[in-house]
Design a protein around this ligand. Structure first.
Ligand code: AQP
Length: 328
């Protein structure tokens, strides 16, 4: 059975963009493939300590976000979840990859350039981020990686790293392939030219899976739309189209069908309908997450995930150590 690996950064609360673009798909994929999913806290620190705030405060926030992210994934139905930093072989393999990869592969990464300009300088870790991502995938010899199209370049790099390793030491790693989600990218509710994002400053730009019904209503009702009063599905009207995409993803109906099916009054009625649909879809996830945050099941599930990941990681790292010339 082919193995699937993917991860999510605990940089905030999972929002409906992450859910529709990644998590929902993971739940479906785990029925077909041998799957491993990770809360990638080591990736999260590539930027966090270059933002304003004290280190201790950021560390506390990271711990809390990691726990909430894991609980939310479990509540969504994702199995085999582990926390990246609890399997130290990720960092070990990343170092080996850093030593066999030319710097030029990293210098062309557009995401590094974009993130760097948004930060107060950039860490060496942010530059090396794709080497850690390659290690995440290849440590488990995963063949399939569900990712958004913004990760194409990083996955290409992971394939190049695998080929370089195989070329130096003989075939060991499969070349991982992307599994792109079919859904549309969900955009910010405040600025539909940028994607909905956990770390965007405005809370009003995203709907989090753990938002209360009142927060969800408020965010949709205040979502930015254009000055045309009508509610029509037209891709050039990016804000309204984004709302159609959200409703479409949650109802499983195509936007054109939604437009024909309902006689939308004004944009307020449209937004109210979306809010009520989203509230009902998210209610069980929020309730289950709250329950998991209170009990011990969360730690038990994460320990199971850590054991599964740890066994595979230590098996593969033993082979790799011998191959690259480390004494075992
Ligand atoms: N707006 C989105 N629409 C659809 N899919 C999305 N994803 C992220 N935003 C959207 C998908 O969610 C997965 C996990 O993402 P991540 O946490 O590893 O990093 P990200 O893509 O950078 O997500 P965010 O929410 O924007 O986080 P920050 O603010 O920390 O950068 C990925 O599969 C991604 O495609």
């Amino acid at each position: 059975m082919k193995r699937v690996f993917s991860g999510i950064q605990p940089t905030g609360i999972i929002h409906i963009g992450n859910y529709l673009g990644a998590v929902k798909n993971w739940v479906a994929l785990q029925e077909q493939y041998d799957s491993l999913f990770s809360v990638v806290d080591m990736h999260a620190i590539t930027s966090s300590y270059f933002q304003v705030g004290s280190g201790t405060h950021i560390a506390e926030q990271l711990k809390e976000s990691t726990k909430i992210t894991a609980a939310t994934l479990l509540a969504c139905g994702v199995k085999n979840i582990f926390i990246q930093s609890q399997v130290p072989e990720h960092a070990y393999l990343m170092w080996i990859f850093s030593c066999i990869s030319p710097m030029s592969w990293f210098q062309i990464m557009t995401q590094f350039k974009e993130k760097k300009s948004a930060l107060n300088g950039a860490s060496l870790g942010l530059f090396a981020y794709p080497a850690l991502m390659a290690a995440d995938i290849l440590l488990y010899k995963a063949e399939l990686v569900p990712v958004g199209d913004d990760q194409t370049q990083h996955l290409e790099l992971a394939r190049n790293v695998a080929s370089r390793y195989n070329g130096l030491f003989g075939d060991f790693f499969p070349l991982p392939q992307p599994l792109y989600t079919t859904g549309t990218r969900i955009m910010s509710l405040r600025d539909a030219t940028t994607k909905m994002s956990k770390s965007a400053k405005s809370e009003m730009s995203r709907v989090n899976l753990l938002d209360s019904p009142d927060e969800i209503r408020n965010k949709f009702i205040k979502a930015k739309t254009d000055s045309e009063g009508t509610v029509k599905y037209d891709l050039t009207r990016i804000e309204v189209a984004n709302l159609f995409h959200i409703l479409s993803e949650f109802t499983g109906k195509k936007p054109e069908m939604l437009e024909a099916e309902y006689r939308w009054g004004d944009s307020l009625a449209f937004k109210q309908t979306i809010a009520e649909v989203v509230i009902e879809k998210l209610r069980p996830i929020r309730e289950k997450t709250e329950e998991l945050m209170k009990g011990d099941n969360l730690f038990e599930d994460l320990e199971k995930g850590r054991q599964k990941a740890g066994e595979l990681a230590s098996l593969h790292i033993k082979e790799i150590k011998k191959t690259v010339g480390f004494t075992v």
